[in-house]
Design a protein around this ligand. Structure first.
Ligand SMILES: Nc1ncnc2c1ncn2[C@@H]1O[C@H](COP(=O)(O)OP(=O)(O)OP(=O)(O)O)[C@@H](O)[C@H]1O
Ligand SMILES: Nc1ccn([C@H]2C[C@H](O)[C@@H](COP(=O)(O)O)O2)c(=O)n1
Length: 419
């Protein structure tokens, strides 16, 4: 039965354990049968103690929330929290926008841990997220107490509820918030978020200025536009440069050269802000594609499919099975972005990809390092690419020699595009 009008169902939570296993728990509604209470396995028994924090997106978007959460996580990673474990947490519910946060497990149940967490929170500018503290009662049932922390040192109890295990929802709870959240769906959304960032990241104003100068609805010229996608080191640079020579095409890259000097700045920001940069880059690139495709074929090294696939794989913690199902709206091309004629997806075995990465010996971005370390993440990126539609990716096996791969790529292009 849905909760009475005006009253929201108590929140649910998904905590990510090592090995990408998701554990769901919920707060029992007041008066619910005690038999339903069974704490999930992410709460070790006393003396261990757990705390959690979820950062609500403030009015006007998630820029502040994303930066606050990252600041807190950095402080927890700085040491001095001996033996404590921080696990990613998502708070969700049917009428709630998912909130990101973390669950902190203190195996020793040291009394100072909660105090230090509270101090850390009080040091943040208002509005501060409340702190949840988990404790077993005399009968062994687990309870959550939610505290609002005042800057001066006081605290106020907001809620006290029993913690019960919950079943996994049919769709990963973060999937609902991908559109309009981690995946800016449109140029107006990217512009709005860049505006929100401008006061804290001066480079956002510079990107916005360039984006504002681009035509709102750039149209493709008569020549074909071919995009090459794939994980890093699958051969996109090699293929796009050879195709450029073979077809006398213009080669463009995403993010485009006019904003790439600010890439490192945005790569060091929380994912929500980083994705805004790449999304804005795609819209800027679209106007370059429009212009170039009126003169000659255009070959593009990464475009929207990259932004979407990496964002989906980052936001959906868990395994490949936790990705939104095929045909979900997150795999659809944005309505307001210039569409290419053909998208090729270069694929390689993980072993050969690592060999090529090592052979190249370049400095890795954080995400590339994660790709290498985290095969689950790589699988989620590649599977997201495969689920993209309208246009879908045409997969090309990139394991043969450079010459063979180029031959195959040119064959696919000739089959799909009028040259
Ligand atoms: N078919 C191939 N056989 C063997 N080596 C290859 C082949 N294609 C590319 N390489 C080599 O693999 C490495 C990675 O290729 P490349 O730089 O083209 O990949 P990329 O997809 O553009 O990577 P990134 O996305 O990280 O820029 C390079 O050293 C390149 O010379
Ligand atoms: N259109 C784009 C282009 C790139 N990205 C992101 C995805 C990865 O984090 C990284 C890979 O780029 P590369 O190292 O191959 O230049 O950049 C994106 O999200 N959207």
């Amino acid at each position: 039965m849905p909760p009475p009008r005006g009253r929201r169902e108590p929140p649910r939570y998904a905590v990510e354990l090592p090995g990408a296993q998701l554990l769901h728990f919920a707060l029992a509604p007041p008066g619910a049968a005690a038999a339903a209470a069974a704490a999930p396995g992410c709460f070790p028994p006393p003396p261990a103690r757990c705390y959690s924090l979820c950062v609500p997106p403030a009015r006007g978007g998630g820029v502040r929330a994303a930066r606050l959460l990252r600041r807190l996580q950095q402080r927890l990673g700085e040491g001095g929290w001996a033996g404590c474990r921080v696990l990613p947490l998502l708070c969700y519910g049917p009428r709630r926008r998912p909130r990101r946060g973390f669950l902190l497990q203190d195996p020793r149940g040291a009394p100072g841990t909660g105090r230090r967490l509270a101090e850390l929170l009080r040091a943040q500018a208002a509005p501060r997220p409340p702190l949840a503290v988990y404790e077993a009662d005399a009968r062994g049932a687990l309870r959550q107490r939610l505290w609002a922390l005042a800057a001066g040192g006081g605290r106020r109890l907001l809620r006290r509820a029993r913690v019960v295990a919950a079943a996994a929802p049919p769709l990963h709870p973060a999937a609902a918030a991908l559109r309009g959240g981690a995946l800016p769906p449109s140029a107006p959304a990217a512009r709005a978020r860049l505006r929100q960032c401008a006061s804290v990241i001066p480079e956002a104003s510079a990107v916005l200025e360039i984006l504002e100068k681009c035509p709102r609805h750039p149209e493709k010229g008569e020549f074909p536009v071919i995009v090459v996608e794939g994980l890093d080191a699958t051969g996109k640079t090699t293929v796009t440069e050879s195709v450029k020579d073979a077809l006398n095409a213009v080669l463009l890259r995403s993010p485009p050269a006019c904003i790439s000097q600010w890439r490192t700045t945005f790569d060091n920001e929380p994912t929500l802000i980083r994705r805004t940069f790449y999304a804005a880059g795609n819209y800027i690139l679209a106007s370059e594609i429009a212009k170039a495709s009126s003169q000659s074929p255009v070959i593009v090294d990464r475009y929207w499919h990259s932004t979407a696939a990496y964002a989906i794989a980052t936001e959906i913690n868990g395994k490949v099975e936790d990705l939104p199902p095929a045909h979900h709206e997150v795999y659809q091309w944005p309505k307001d972005l210039l569409k290419p004629d053909l998208v090729l997806l270069l694929t390689l075995s993980p072993e050969e990809r690592i060999r090529r990465l090592q052979g190249r010996g370049l400095e890795k971005t954080k995400e590339e390092a994660e790709l290498e370390a985290n095969s689950l993440f790589r699988q989620k990126v590649e599977e997201s690419y495969r689920r993209m539609v309208n246009p879908a990716c045409q997969e090309v096996d990139a394991s043969p020699s450079k010459e063979e791969v180029l031959k195959t790529v040119l064959k696919v292009i000739k089959k799909h595009c009028a040259l």
